[in-house]
Design a protein around this ligand. Structure first.
Ligand code: SAH
Ligand code: SF4
Ligand code: F3S
Length: 439
């Protein structure tokens, strides 16, 4: 039997890319590839890229340059670029980096096996279509890999919101939801393979409207159906848009015990003027009211968010409004970014804020968010939480997992297997994790 070819995939960007990388590995698995975790001995290297900020895209080119000696040592090595940089730059990547053999966008990776054969035959291949067919219906299935107790499951892709700063509507295309039956089947398959926690993914996951029994289902309805799957113990979803948070989804946070008390709900800015310029279609006030309703449904809900500082036209007063919103919400976790102009988006045409001003605001915002994150984690000490064990810790008998609130938790003498869920009492809050004991 021929020795298996080795595939090295490096993933950048959001969780959806993590999910897509697994699907690509499966599709190439059907061609006889097995994954490896070093580029050095690979027969194929795939970079699954992110285009969200300029730095993310530039990283791809510098990484590609580093593969030059590998290709010199092994002329059979094939190098591919997938993901959102592939979608945005397509042929340009081929021109800029002759080492690249194939470029495949996020909507066409079901065609990877055919492209792989073409590049093995000496061609260079680019496919960044938005095809009619659904890639998920046409993905070859490689050998079923064993896996850990948590998994991502893409239920929705693309975005029709067109925030003025964002490339996602261009790289991922229009909003599309997968049918309910497909998602249920994939969830059951994951549970059969030992998965206990599923995170439902979508660029705007709460805009989900997939075909199910009786018509289009909402995300809340899908979550309620998934909660009935035996063996699936925890459900999460990300990322949500404030305007798509409907009544039933808010209610589900209060009455669906398998839905975990953690919600990532990006707001971007606390200034109505800037929110309008960003085309976010919500106000700071409407966001705060939404948070109130969510907390009424689930008082211990841990909130996470995304923020952009230095958006074109942002004044010190606008930034103060963002700081005020952060103080009003009190986030348990958050991501904040300096605005990065993306070619092709409406905001890229507008005059930016000086870089030193934006950097200074980012520092101040991050200091506040870090303080809130710290306070939230510290407030867990003394409390009972549940932990899903994901791996052994460094000490004998110790296990590491995630709490309901997504904090990393170390448990001594856990006496537990990977995939088990235990009730623990938190005893200590360290730099990036909690320590706890079994109850
Ligand atoms: N679909 C999600 C996430 C999109 S990308 C949502 O709607 O929230 C993740 C985050 O990257 C965004 O929430 C935003 O905070 C940030 N981001 C997107 N484009 C950016 C840009 N041009 N500059 C800086 N940050 C950006
Ligand atoms: Fe981008 Fe806005 Fe769509 Fe989120 S909602 S993916 S930030 S355009
Ligand atoms: Fe990046 Fe594309 Fe995700 S641009 S954040 S990888 S959708």
């Amino acid at each position: 039997m021929a020795e298996a070819k080795k595939l090295f995939i490096k993933t950048y960007g959001c969780q959806m890319n993590v999910y897509d990388s697994e699907r690509m590995a499966e599709a190439l698995g059907a061609q006889g590839y097995v994954t490896t975790d070093t580029a050095e001995n690979a027969d194929m290297i795939l970079l699954n890229t992110c285009h969200i900020r300029e730095k993310a895209a530039e990283k791809v080119y510098s990484e590609l340059g580093r593969f030059k000696p590998l290709k010199a040592a092994n002329p059979d090595l094939k190098i591919g670029v997938a993901g959102c940089v592939a979608q945005a730059e397509g042929e340009e990547i081929m021109r800029r980096q002759p080492l690249v053999d194939l470029v495949v966008g996020p909507q066409t990776y079901h065609r990877l096996p055919a492209m792989e054969q073409a590049v093995r035959a000496g061609a260079r291949a680019v496919d960044t279509d938005f095809p009619e067919e659904d890639k998920f219906d046409h993905l070859p299935k490689g050998p079923r890999a064993g896996r850990g107790p948590t998994a991502f499951l893409t239920v929705q892709e693309g975005c029709d919101k067109f925030c003025a700063f964002c490339v996602v509507p261009y790289t991922r295309g229009a909003e599309v939801s997968r049918p309910v039956a497909r998602i249920m089947a994939e969830a059951r398959d994951l549970v059969d393979r030992g998965v206990r926690e599923i995170t439902l993914l979508g660029q705007n996951v709460n805009a989900y409207h997939g075909e199910g029994e009786g018509g289009a289902w909402t995300l809340a309805r899908l979550i309620r159906a998934l909660a009935k799957v035996d063996g699936l113990e925890r459900i999460r979803f990300t990322t949500s848009h404030p305007n798509d948070m409907d009544d039933d989804l808010i209610a589900a946070h209060g009455d669906e015990p398998k839905l975990m008390p953690y919600l990532h709900l990006p707001v971007q800015s606390g200034s109505d003027r800037i929110l309008k310029a960003m085309n976010r279609k919500h106000t700071a006030e409407s966001y705060l009211r939404l948070i109130e309703r969510l907390r009424a449904a689930r008082p211990d809900l841990l909130l996470s968010g995304d923020f952009i500082v230095g958006f074109p036209g942002e004044t010190e007063t606008d930034f103060d409004d963002t700081m005020a919103l952060v103080r009003a919400v009190h986030y348990g976790q958050a991501y904040s970014f300096k605005y990065s102009a993306r070619p092709g988006t409406p905001a890229a045409e507008r005059a930016g804020v000086p870089d030193d001003v934006a950097s200074d605001r980012l520092h101040r915002l991050q200091a506040l968010l870090t303080e809130q994150q710290r306070a939230t984690q510290d407030s867990m000490v003394g409390r009972e939480v549940s932990v899903l064990f994901e791996k052994p810790g460094r000490l004998p008998g110790q296990m590491v997992g995630k709490s309901d609130y997504l904090h990393a938790v170390h448990v001594k003498d856990a006496g537990a297997q990977i995939g088990q869920i235990a009730r623990v009492r938190v005893t200590e809050s360290a730099a990036n994790s909690l320590a706890a004991v079994l109850i």
